[in-house]
Design a protein around this ligand. Structure first.
Ligand code: NOJ
Ligand code: CA
Length: 577
């Protein structure tokens, strides 16, 4: 099967502010990123997803853009970007950018014009409405910040913001907005970028007739639900969220817009790709005319994995994708959800990280890694409110105080444990002050997690054959060496097991059996019987080749003795090779 580059690639998300500081001012930048490309090449990744690098006042860490064709001055110049892009391409590493379509910054020149007067030619580029009964046009909530409407005293109308009030929504029903944004898209494609990750696409359109939400819950009340004395189940809370925002998400027009964007992409050669920040398979359109990938967030939400849950996820997801001939895409976390290792109990975190990574890199689909996860970076609880940069945490703090009447201490504890900052702290390069991210005497934009001195840094791990970093390198190399791990079919085996996740990946020439023991106990696994259910080995006496074994497992004629949390990959020599 011939795959496109983005089907074979291992993607790596770089959060530019936290990745590498080239000029020593405590903020990551392009010269820094360029200097780490050799590191990424050794890790073996094929593509970078770069979180927003555009000029921005940083109310939402770059997801509030003031110039779609520029580079944030603290990250460097456009020339620095081009040097980075060329250096990445020279190492056969592709680069996709983050495209924020739903909203701009409130300081974007388009919005400044739009808010200047009701008659400005860009007034209709955003969503302006008159108030109702002395208040906003309706009861919609923003996803981040109280009401979705902000009053503008100068022109006497409200503007709509799905996220922060510093992120006004564009009016995508206006053809001029589309034309302007598609030009920005072409600008980067001409420079040679390989595609885009599309931010928050589901919220691009909202209902034009603005009906009130009838869920009975606004954002603050929704947020309070899981903190109530008798919290509702997660599923019920998710339903209520969906109801509250039903008129603000997934509205008609979205798929037509994605089709238009696809056509813009296809004006350029080289299979430029689109991955949506969404999980809905509908974004694949007919399989060819919208997005290439959407994330398997349902799998991510299953961390820590239980084998049965992964099997259910795979059965459902792969059969739904197959209907439109679309390709899967798996991830364990990102800059919003943070470092996935923090989901595990400390005593088993390292072992679980290996199991989850092995699953990510061997299940069918394009894997996305989040920077820092490859060395086991975890969450840093910021103790001082002045260290917090993610403004959504400020909102939590204020509503906790006003709505839940919590004490300052309790509200602060909630804000620091919930803020997305905890998973965005600077990358650890060495066991050196500030983790080697920036000079010792410089205060980085977010504090560095002190565990860089306990082996959580790239330099120490590069020298340790048993490190998590080297585990990632080996697994990524295996994906290359055994292409069936990328292009092969997949079938789950041993489907009743509570502890072992076992599956077969195969193409015309190779069959690899992946076995992951999620239990803290040793387990015996009858590999031959399990594999037989899917064709197995043709030669009953042949032994498979052990291509990966975490703990030098005993491979026997018919069984494997798996150590606790063991990972074993067998190449089944099926006689056809
Ligand atoms: C999703 C991004 O991942 C998140 O970081 C951001 O806050 C929102 N979209 C708004 O752009
Ligand atoms: Ca810098």
């Amino acid at each position: 099967m011939t795959l496109k580059w983005w089907q074979k690639a291992v993607f790596y998300q770089i959060y530019p502010r936290s990745f590498a500081d080239g000029n020593g001012d405590g903020i990551g930048d392009f010269p820094g990123i360029t200097s780490k490309l050799d590191y990424l090449q050794e890790l073996g990744v094929d593509a970078i997803w770069l979180s927003p690098h555009f000029p921005s006042p940083q109310y939402d860490c770059g997801y509030d853009v003031t110039d779609y064709c520029g580079v944030a001055p603290e990250y460097g110049t456009l020339q620095d970007f081009e040097v980075f892009l060329q250096a990445a391409h020279a190492r056969s590493i592709r680069v996709i950018l983050d495209l924020v379509l739903n909203h701009t910054s409130h300081l974007h020149p388009w919005f400044l014009e739009s808010r200047a007067s009701r008659h400005n030619s860009k007034r209709d580029w955003y969503i302006w409405r008159d108030g109702k009964n002395g208040g906003p046009p309706n009861n919609w909530s923003s996803l981040f910040d109280g009401s979705a409407w902000e009053f503008d005293a100068q022109t006497g109308q409200y503007y709509y913001h799905h996220f922060l009030k510093e992120q006004p929504d564009l009016n995508w029903r206006n053809p001029e907005v589309k034309a302007a944004m598609w030009e920005a898209v072409r600008f980067w494609l001409r420079l040679g970028v390989d595609g885009f990750r599309l931010d928050a696409i589901a919220s691009t359109f909202e209902r034009q007739d603005l009906p009130d939400s009838t869920s009975g819950y606004d954002l603050a009340q929704l947020r309070a639900l899981d903190r109530a004395e008798k919290p509702l189940s997660r599923a019920k809370i998710r339903k209520l969220w969906a109801k509250t925002f039903e008129h603000q998400f997934s509205q008609p027009g979205l798929h037509e817009l994605m089709k238009e964007l696809r056509l813009v992409m296809d004006e350029f050669p080289g299979d430029r790709m689109l991955v949506g920040e969404d999980e809905k398979i509908a974004f694949h359109g007919n399989g060819n005319d919208e997005l290439d990938l959407v994330f398997n967030f349902p799998l991510m939400r299953k961390i820590p994995f239980r084998p049965a849950a992964v099997r259910r996820n795979q059965a459902e997801r792969l059969s739904d994708l197959a209907k439109v001939n679309a390709w899967p895409c798996n991830t364990l976390g990102n800059h919003d959800t943070g470092h996935y290792i923090s989901h595990f109990r400390p005593e088993e975190a390292q072992a679980q990280a290996r199991l989850h990574t092995a699953a990510l890199l061997t299940l069918r689909g394009t894997p996305f890694l989040y920077n820092g996860d490859e060395i086991g970076m975890d969450h840093l609880i910021l103790e001082r409110i002045e260290d917090i940069r993610d403004v959504t945490a400020n909102w939590l703090y204020t509503t906790d105080c006003s709505l839940l009447q919590l004490s300052h201490e309790a509200a602060l504890a909630h804000a620091v444990s919930a803020t997305r900052d905890k998973g965005r702290t600077p990358m650890h390069w060495h066991n050196a002050p500030q983790g080697g991210f920036c000079p010792a005497d410089i205060r980085p934009w977010l504090p560095v997690n002190p565990n860089y001195s306990q082996g959580v840094n790239t330099a120490d791990q590069a020298n340790d054959p048993k490190s998590l970093l080297n585990f990632h390198r080996r697994l990524i190399q295996l994906r290359r060496a055994y292409p069936c791990l990328a292009d092969g079919e997949q079938a789950m085996l041993h489907e009743h097991s509570r502890h072992i996740l076992a599956f077969l990946r195969w193409n015309a020439g190779q069959r690899v059996l992946v076995t992951l023991n999620f239990s803290p106990q040793p387990r015996r696994f009858h590999w031959r019987a399990a594999a037989a259910a899917q064709g197995g080995l043709q030669d009953a006496d042949a032994l498979p080749e052990l291509i990966f074994s975490l703990s030098d497992t005993g491979l026997k004629q018919n069984t494997l003795l798996l150590a606790p949390y063991d990972i074993v990959l067998l190449m089944l020599t099926d006689g056809k090779k």
